[in-house]
Design a protein around this ligand. Structure first.
Ligand code: CDP
Length: 261
């Protein structure tokens, strides 16, 4: 059964004033908020609000691999479990992991693995659990972005962060960061992830219709958006350490004051 009945799609995806239906310009991202360290039982965690998407990521590892037969004697493994809550979409999603969730788990792992030093952790695993609480288009990109942030929060050695964005075409115009309705009613959708240490594309999927020249133009559009997302990831991580530093300084002052009295 289709998620939104085709007849319910809007006929046009731009308003009369040239803005998209949610009021954005073609190159404008939805509002993005990130936080780290929000799940105390995890080794590292992150939370992301990206437009209407709300996503948690929790990291555990390096730890023993279960089931044991998955362990590799010469390197660690990265396992990603992407799940959408049953209430995260308009129609109730089946609770059992479906094909789409398995595919997204795999691609998120594939595009993050190049930044990890897995060869330093033979026989162990890093596990990243991603829970989508509210979904509105682009969750594979948002999940990649928040998973990389959670790994960094866990203190896992990384060559760099990874950021991702979906660009695409709606009503014949190139846009960044497709919302759920733009993803479904638009002509093309191109999720892209970048590993920042070498600026290489670590994910490129494509659904729709475009030629090679157009693809290059999409990559240029994506780069600008990816830079903005990367900056938010970096600022979020920095603010964690600034807060930590402030707490330590406060504690030190308290200890000094106690010593004086
Ligand atoms: O989320 P992403 O764009 O990476 O993946 P998609 O498979 O292209 O799904 C696009 C959007 O469809 C999701 O973000 C959800 O908003 C929606 N969706 C849904 O409503 N029900 C599902 N079972 C799966 C996706």
């Amino acid at each position: 059964m289709p998620l939104i009945i085709k007849d319910e799609y809007p006929e046009v995806l731009f308003r009369k004033d040239g803005k998209r239906l949610d009021g954005r310009d073609v190159d404008e991202l939805r509002p993005i908020k990130m936080d780290v360290g929000i799940i105390k039982n995890a080794d590292g965690s992150a939370y992301l609000e990206w437009g209407n998407n709300k996503i948690f990521a929790a990291v555990y590892g390096p730890r023993e691999v279960h089931p044991h037969h998955l362990a590799k004697p010469d390197k660690g493994i990265l396992r990603v479990f992407y799940r959408m809550a049953t209430f995260s979409v308009f129609d109730r999603k089946r609770p059992a992991p479906g094909r789409r969730e398995k595919e997204i788990s795999m691609i998120v792992a594939d595009c993050i693995e190049p930044v990890l030093f897995l060869e330093l952790y033979p026989g162990t695993s890093f596990e990243v659990f991603i829970e989508v609480m509210d979904a509105d288009g682009g969750t594979r990109c948002a999940s990649t972005t928040v998973a990389a942030l959670a790994l960094a929060d866990a203190g896992v050695p990384m060559k760099s962060l990874v950021s991702a964005i979906a660009v695409g075409k709606i009503d014949g115009k190139r846009v960044v960061d497709l919302s759920g309705i733009e993803d479904k009613a638009g002509e093309a959708d191109l999720p892209i992830a970048i590993t920042w240490y070498n600026e290489e594309v670590s994910l490129l999927q494509f659904d729709g219709d475009m030629d090679l020249n157009e693809m290059n133009e999409f990559l240029v559009l994506a780069k600008d958006a990816l830079n903005k997302i990367h900056q938010i990831q970096l600022d979020t991580l920095k603010s964690k350490y600034v807060k930590l530093q402030e707490e330590i300084s406060k504690e030190n002052v308290e200890i000094e004051n106690k010593g004086d009295s």
